[in-house]
Ligand binder design. Structure first.
Ligand code: SF4
Length: 194
């Protein structure tokens, strides 16, 4: 008789929980769960594609390969996966995948349109993200362009409250191109407080 370890059962449980977040009726595979907890771009693309079955299925069938710095025994790797997946699920649930208001959307979009990191998609997975036609309407001005620093589809990235710009503002010290304090500036502020 095959016995399933507690860690295996917990991984299975997290696979079910993640499937529920994505609106699926079957659990995601442990590889998908691991890739989503290790690769923010992959997780982001899964989350923004929840209503688009063709692209979602493609992503689920093609999780990126996660390279470990050293081999980890299966039991230990499952325990680590359960911990990371639990944190990620909590983070995603907390945000409720909420979107920004029109003013913030326009400000972010203006910054991306003026940014040298805004490029046409090159990777297949980026090209597959369904994007509306480019128009002069706020929220549609970047079309299918991607941010070369984080790999995200910019038209989708700028809508989510959880997202931030990964680049330094060209003139305002400690700020990102979206006019918010950079991660380094936030960490420094926390360090000063403690
Ligand atoms: S997210 Fe930031 S770095 Fe990326 S394209 Fe927009 S402004 Fe540029």
């Amino acid at each position: 008789m095959t016995t399933i370890s507690k860690a295996d059962q917990q991984v299975e449980q997290k696979c079910w929980e993640f499937a529920q977040v994505l609106g699926l009726s079957e659990p995601v595979s442990p590889r998908v769960l691991q890739a989503a907890t290790e690769d923010e771009t992959y997780a982001h693309n899964l989350l923004v594609s929840r209503q688009q079955p063709t692209f979602l299925n493609y992503l689920l069938a093609n999780p990126p390969q996660i390279k470990l710095s050293e081999p980890v025994p299966e039991e230990k790797s499952n325990i680590e996966l359960v911990g990371k997946a639990g944190q990620a699920l909590l983070r995603w649930a907390k945000t409720g995948f909420s979107v920004v208001d029109d003013e913030v959307l326009e400000r972010r979009e203006n910054a991306c349109l003026a940014c040298p990191n805004l490029l046409a998609p090159e990777k297949l997975v980026q090209k597959l993200i369904p994007s509306g036609k480019v128009s002069q309407k706020v929220g549609q001005r970047t079309g299918d362009k991607v941010c070369q620093l984080c790999g995200c589809n910019v038209g989708k990235k700028i809508r989510l409250t959880t997202e931030s710009c990964p680049d330094k503002h060209p003139t305002a010290a400690g700020m990102t191109r979206w006019g918010k304090p950079s991660a380094a500036a936030r960490n420094e502020e926390l360090r000063m407080k403690n």
